[in-house]
Design a protein around this ligand. Structure first.
Ligand code: CP
Length: 307
Protein backbone atom coordinates (compact mmCIF):
# COMPACT_ATOMS: atom_id res chain seq x y z
CA UNK A 1 0.00 0.00 0.00
CA UNK A 2 1.42 3.44 -0.83
CA UNK A 3 2.38 5.53 2.19
CA UNK A 4 0.67 8.84 1.64
CA UNK A 5 -0.78 11.00 4.40
CA UNK A 6 -4.52 10.68 4.83
CA UNK A 7 -5.00 11.87 8.39
CA UNK A 8 -3.53 12.41 11.85
CA UNK A 9 -5.78 9.86 13.56
CA UNK A 10 -3.76 6.87 12.35
CA UNK A 11 -0.28 8.37 12.85
CA UNK A 12 1.78 7.48 15.90
CA UNK A 13 3.16 10.16 18.18
CA UNK A 14 6.69 9.20 17.09
CA UNK A 15 5.77 9.59 13.47
CA UNK A 16 4.29 13.05 14.06
CA UNK A 17 7.32 14.06 16.13
CA UNK A 18 9.63 13.02 13.29
CA UNK A 19 7.78 15.25 10.82
CA UNK A 20 7.76 18.18 13.27
CA UNK A 21 11.49 17.75 13.96
CA UNK A 22 12.35 17.53 10.28
CA UNK A 23 10.28 20.64 9.47
CA UNK A 24 12.68 22.70 11.60
CA UNK A 25 15.41 22.00 9.05
CA UNK A 26 13.23 23.65 6.42
CA UNK A 27 12.27 26.79 8.33
CA UNK A 28 13.71 29.99 6.86
CA UNK A 29 17.00 31.13 8.32
CA UNK A 30 18.30 34.68 8.51
CA UNK A 31 19.25 34.88 4.82
CA UNK A 32 16.66 36.68 2.68
CA UNK A 33 16.50 34.14 -0.17
CA UNK A 34 15.62 30.52 0.33
CA UNK A 35 18.26 28.17 -1.04
CA UNK A 36 16.57 25.65 -3.32
CA UNK A 37 17.32 22.03 -2.40
CA UNK A 38 17.52 19.07 -4.71
CA UNK A 39 16.18 16.36 -2.39
CA UNK A 40 13.27 15.71 -4.77
CA UNK A 41 14.96 16.54 -8.07
CA UNK A 42 13.32 14.64 -10.93
CA UNK A 43 10.15 13.96 -8.92
CA UNK A 44 6.68 15.27 -9.70
CA UNK A 45 3.66 16.08 -7.54
CA UNK A 46 0.15 16.97 -8.69
CA UNK A 47 -1.98 19.38 -6.66
CA UNK A 48 -5.62 18.46 -7.29
CA UNK A 49 -8.00 20.85 -5.58
CA UNK A 50 -11.77 20.44 -5.84
CA UNK A 51 -12.33 23.20 -3.27
CA UNK A 52 -10.98 26.74 -3.00
CA UNK A 53 -7.64 27.22 -1.28
CA UNK A 54 -5.07 29.98 -0.92
CA UNK A 55 -2.70 28.73 1.78
CA UNK A 56 -2.62 24.95 1.35
CA UNK A 57 -2.37 24.77 -2.42
CA UNK A 58 0.23 27.52 -2.69
CA UNK A 59 2.39 26.25 0.14
CA UNK A 60 2.38 22.66 -1.17
CA UNK A 61 3.49 24.02 -4.54
CA UNK A 62 6.23 26.16 -2.99
CA UNK A 63 7.31 23.26 -0.75
CA UNK A 64 7.63 20.91 -3.72
CA UNK A 65 9.61 23.44 -5.74
CA UNK A 66 11.94 24.27 -2.85
CA UNK A 67 12.78 20.58 -2.67
CA UNK A 68 13.56 20.52 -6.38
CA UNK A 69 10.40 18.69 -7.51
CA UNK A 70 8.09 19.68 -10.33
CA UNK A 71 4.60 20.71 -9.17
CA UNK A 72 1.47 20.93 -11.28
CA UNK A 73 -1.77 22.42 -9.95
CA UNK A 74 -5.23 21.51 -11.21
CA UNK A 75 -8.51 22.92 -9.94
CA UNK A 76 -11.95 21.33 -10.34
CA UNK A 77 -13.02 24.00 -12.81
CA UNK A 78 -9.97 23.32 -14.99
CA UNK A 79 -10.30 19.52 -14.86
CA UNK A 80 -12.51 17.19 -16.89
CA UNK A 81 -14.61 16.57 -13.76
CA UNK A 82 -16.46 19.69 -14.98
CA UNK A 83 -17.29 17.67 -18.13
CA UNK A 84 -18.76 14.79 -16.18
CA UNK A 85 -15.70 12.59 -15.67
CA UNK A 86 -15.89 10.58 -12.44
CA UNK A 87 -13.44 11.19 -9.62
CA UNK A 88 -11.99 7.67 -9.95
CA UNK A 89 -11.44 8.15 -13.70
CA UNK A 90 -9.83 11.53 -13.12
CA UNK A 91 -7.46 10.09 -10.51
CA UNK A 92 -6.60 7.07 -12.66
CA UNK A 93 -5.91 9.39 -15.60
CA UNK A 94 -3.54 11.52 -13.53
CA UNK A 95 -1.90 8.43 -12.02
CA UNK A 96 -1.18 7.11 -15.54
CA UNK A 97 1.11 10.13 -15.99
CA UNK A 98 3.20 8.71 -13.14
CA UNK A 99 3.36 11.52 -10.59
CA UNK A 100 5.13 10.61 -7.34
CA UNK A 101 2.25 11.89 -5.21
CA UNK A 102 -1.18 13.47 -5.58
CA UNK A 103 -2.12 16.19 -3.12
CA UNK A 104 -5.85 16.36 -2.95
CA UNK A 105 -8.60 18.52 -1.45
CA UNK A 106 -12.22 17.49 -1.77
CA UNK A 107 -15.55 18.53 -0.24
CA UNK A 108 -16.51 14.92 0.50
CA UNK A 109 -15.26 13.47 3.79
CA UNK A 110 -13.32 10.27 3.06
CA UNK A 111 -12.76 11.00 -0.66
CA UNK A 112 -8.93 10.60 -0.51
CA UNK A 113 -9.26 7.44 1.63
CA UNK A 114 -11.64 5.92 -0.91
CA UNK A 115 -9.41 6.83 -3.84
CA UNK A 116 -6.24 5.59 -2.14
CA UNK A 117 -7.78 2.11 -2.10
CA UNK A 118 -7.87 2.21 -5.92
CA UNK A 119 -4.54 3.87 -6.58
CA UNK A 120 -0.84 2.99 -6.23
CA UNK A 121 0.20 6.66 -6.22
CA UNK A 122 0.43 8.03 -2.66
CA UNK A 123 -2.25 10.60 -1.82
CA UNK A 124 -1.69 13.47 0.59
CA UNK A 125 -4.94 14.74 2.08
CA UNK A 126 -5.12 18.53 1.81
CA UNK A 127 -8.54 18.60 3.51
CA UNK A 128 -11.52 16.26 3.04
CA UNK A 129 -14.93 17.69 3.85
CA UNK A 130 -15.48 17.96 7.59
CA UNK A 131 -13.10 15.08 8.35
CA UNK A 132 -9.35 15.88 8.48
CA UNK A 133 -6.76 18.44 7.39
CA UNK A 134 -3.57 16.72 8.58
CA UNK A 135 -0.93 19.19 7.38
CA UNK A 136 -2.84 22.05 9.04
CA UNK A 137 -2.60 20.30 12.43
CA UNK A 138 1.10 19.61 11.83
CA UNK A 139 1.86 23.24 10.99
CA UNK A 140 -0.21 24.36 13.99
CA UNK A 141 1.83 22.10 16.27
CA UNK A 142 5.07 23.40 14.73
CA UNK A 143 3.89 26.98 15.43
CA UNK A 144 3.03 26.21 19.06
CA UNK A 145 6.37 24.46 19.61
CA UNK A 146 8.25 27.40 18.07
CA UNK A 147 7.03 29.51 21.01
CA UNK A 148 8.94 27.24 23.37
CA UNK A 149 5.80 25.56 24.66
CA UNK A 150 5.50 21.81 25.27
CA UNK A 151 2.31 20.21 23.99
CA UNK A 152 1.94 18.03 27.08
CA UNK A 153 -0.33 19.72 29.64
CA UNK A 154 -1.01 22.68 27.34
CA UNK A 155 -4.53 24.11 27.52
CA UNK A 156 -5.81 24.67 24.00
CA UNK A 157 -9.21 26.30 23.36
CA UNK A 158 -10.61 25.64 19.90
CA UNK A 159 -13.53 27.98 19.30
CA UNK A 160 -16.14 28.34 16.57
CA UNK A 161 -17.78 26.07 14.04
CA UNK A 162 -16.46 22.80 15.45
CA UNK A 163 -19.09 20.68 13.71
CA UNK A 164 -17.83 21.45 10.21
CA UNK A 165 -14.15 21.81 10.99
CA UNK A 166 -11.60 19.32 9.66
CA UNK A 167 -8.96 21.56 11.25
CA UNK A 168 -10.50 21.00 14.68
CA UNK A 169 -10.61 17.22 14.21
CA UNK A 170 -7.00 16.92 13.05
CA UNK A 171 -5.84 19.19 15.86
CA UNK A 172 -7.77 17.20 18.44
CA UNK A 173 -6.17 13.95 17.26
CA UNK A 174 -2.68 15.46 17.25
CA UNK A 175 -2.84 17.43 20.50
CA UNK A 176 -4.45 14.54 22.33
CA UNK A 177 -1.63 12.16 21.33
CA UNK A 178 0.78 14.61 23.01
CA UNK A 179 -1.22 14.98 26.24
CA UNK A 180 -2.73 18.45 25.74
CA UNK A 181 -6.01 19.51 27.38
CA UNK A 182 -8.38 20.53 24.62
CA UNK A 183 -11.52 22.61 25.16
CA UNK A 184 -13.90 22.72 22.21
CA UNK A 185 -16.26 25.70 22.31
CA UNK A 186 -19.09 26.92 20.12
CA UNK A 187 -22.84 27.32 19.97
CA UNK A 188 -24.70 24.07 20.67
CA UNK A 189 -25.75 23.79 17.02
CA UNK A 190 -22.07 23.75 15.94
CA UNK A 191 -20.67 21.60 18.78
CA UNK A 192 -21.63 17.93 18.48
CA UNK A 193 -21.50 16.13 21.86
CA UNK A 194 -19.81 13.05 20.33
CA UNK A 195 -16.63 15.04 19.72
CA UNK A 196 -15.83 14.70 23.44
CA UNK A 197 -15.33 10.98 22.75
CA UNK A 198 -13.02 11.09 19.72
CA UNK A 199 -9.80 11.39 21.74
CA UNK A 200 -8.66 11.61 25.38
CA UNK A 201 -8.36 15.04 27.01
CA UNK A 202 -11.28 16.73 25.24
CA UNK A 203 -13.98 18.76 27.01
CA UNK A 204 -16.83 20.80 25.54
CA UNK A 205 -18.39 24.09 26.53
CA UNK A 206 -20.77 26.61 24.98
CA UNK A 207 -19.29 29.39 27.12
CA UNK A 208 -16.45 31.30 25.51
CA UNK A 209 -15.10 32.83 28.75
CA UNK A 210 -14.92 29.36 30.29
CA UNK A 211 -13.01 28.03 27.27
CA UNK A 212 -10.50 30.88 27.30
CA UNK A 213 -9.85 31.03 31.05
CA UNK A 214 -6.23 29.89 31.55
CA UNK A 215 -5.78 28.94 27.88
CA UNK A 216 -2.22 28.80 26.52
CA UNK A 217 -3.45 28.63 22.95
CA UNK A 218 -6.67 30.01 21.44
CA UNK A 219 -7.46 28.56 18.05
CA UNK A 220 -10.30 30.39 16.28
CA UNK A 221 -12.31 28.81 13.48
CA UNK A 222 -14.24 30.30 10.62
CA UNK A 223 -17.98 29.67 10.41
CA UNK A 224 -18.17 27.45 7.34
CA UNK A 225 -21.26 28.83 5.63
CA UNK A 226 -20.55 26.68 2.56
CA UNK A 227 -21.15 23.53 4.64
CA UNK A 228 -24.32 24.80 6.33
CA UNK A 229 -27.81 24.88 4.93
CA UNK A 230 -28.72 27.83 7.08
CA UNK A 231 -26.77 30.21 9.30
CA UNK A 232 -27.44 29.32 12.93
CA UNK A 233 -26.77 32.91 14.05
CA UNK A 234 -26.88 36.31 12.35
CA UNK A 235 -23.22 37.35 12.00
CA UNK A 236 -23.43 40.27 14.49
CA UNK A 237 -24.94 37.97 17.12
CA UNK A 238 -22.32 35.31 16.45
CA UNK A 239 -19.54 37.85 17.01
CA UNK A 240 -21.15 38.97 20.28
CA UNK A 241 -21.06 35.44 21.72
CA UNK A 242 -18.20 33.70 19.90
CA UNK A 243 -16.06 36.45 18.38
CA UNK A 244 -12.59 36.85 19.91
CA UNK A 245 -11.95 40.38 21.20
CA UNK A 246 -9.05 41.94 23.11
CA UNK A 247 -10.88 41.77 26.46
CA UNK A 248 -11.03 37.96 26.19
CA UNK A 249 -7.24 37.72 26.21
CA UNK A 250 -7.13 38.95 29.82
CA UNK A 251 -8.77 35.68 30.88
CA UNK A 252 -6.10 33.56 29.19
CA UNK A 253 -2.55 32.72 30.20
CA UNK A 254 -0.29 35.82 29.99
CA UNK A 255 1.68 34.16 27.17
CA UNK A 256 -1.38 33.07 25.21
CA UNK A 257 -1.07 32.82 21.45
CA UNK A 258 -3.97 33.28 19.05
CA UNK A 259 -4.15 31.01 16.02
CA UNK A 260 -6.48 30.77 13.04
CA UNK A 261 -6.08 28.43 10.05
CA UNK A 262 -7.49 31.09 7.73
CA UNK A 263 -9.18 32.44 5.83
CA UNK A 264 -10.09 34.82 8.67
CA UNK A 265 -13.37 36.73 8.70
CA UNK A 266 -12.64 39.94 10.59
CA UNK A 267 -15.60 41.07 12.70
CA UNK A 268 -17.26 37.66 12.45
CA UNK A 269 -15.13 35.26 14.52
CA UNK A 270 -12.14 37.51 15.36
CA UNK A 271 -11.66 41.25 15.79
CA UNK A 272 -9.02 43.06 13.77
CA UNK A 273 -7.40 44.20 17.03
CA UNK A 274 -6.75 40.57 18.01
CA UNK A 275 -5.87 39.32 14.53
CA UNK A 276 -3.23 42.04 14.18
CA UNK A 277 -2.01 41.94 17.80
CA UNK A 278 1.31 40.71 19.18
CA UNK A 279 -0.52 37.63 20.45
CA UNK A 280 -1.51 36.56 16.94
CA UNK A 281 0.66 33.94 15.21
CA UNK A 282 -1.60 33.62 12.16
CA UNK A 283 1.13 34.54 9.67
CA UNK A 284 3.65 32.32 11.49
CA UNK A 285 1.23 29.47 10.80
CA UNK A 286 1.22 30.33 7.11
CA UNK A 287 5.02 30.49 7.03
CA UNK A 288 5.34 27.15 8.83
CA UNK A 289 2.97 25.62 6.27
CA UNK A 290 5.81 25.52 3.77
CA UNK A 291 8.37 23.93 6.12
CA UNK A 292 5.93 21.31 7.39
CA UNK A 293 4.75 20.43 3.87
CA UNK A 294 8.38 20.08 2.78
CA UNK A 295 8.87 17.55 5.59
CA UNK A 296 5.69 15.72 4.58
CA UNK A 297 6.63 15.61 0.89
CA UNK A 298 10.09 14.33 1.73
CA UNK A 299 8.63 11.63 3.92
CA UNK A 300 6.08 10.53 1.33
CA UNK A 301 8.38 10.66 -1.68
CA UNK A 302 11.61 9.44 -0.08
CA UNK A 303 10.34 7.46 2.87
CA UNK A 304 12.39 9.47 5.40
CA UNK A 305 11.63 11.55 8.49
CA UNK A 306 9.29 9.06 10.03
CA UNK A 307 9.75 5.75 8.25
N1 CP B 1 -6.03 26.75 6.24
C1 CP B 1 -6.41 26.42 4.99
O1 CP B 1 -6.66 25.25 4.65
O2 CP B 1 -6.48 27.49 4.14
P1 CP B 1 -6.84 27.39 2.58
O3 CP B 1 -8.29 26.98 2.49
O4 CP B 1 -6.58 28.76 2.02
O5 CP B 1 -5.95 26.35 1.96
Amino acid sequence: MPAGLLGIEDLTREHIQAILDRSRDFQPRAEPNFRKLDLLRGRMVVNLFFEASTRTRTSFEIAAKRLGADAISITAQASSVSKGESLVDTLNTLAAMRPDAIIMRHAASGAPHFLQRHLETPIINAGDGTHEHPTQALLDARTILDRGAKLEGLRVAIIGDIAHSRVARSNVYLLSKFGADIVLCGPASLLPAELAQIAPGVTLTNNMDEAIRGADVIMMLRVQLERQHEMAFPSSEYFQFYGLRLEHLRLASPDVIVMHPGPINRGREISSEVADSQRSVILNQVENGIAVRMAVLERVLCGVAGH
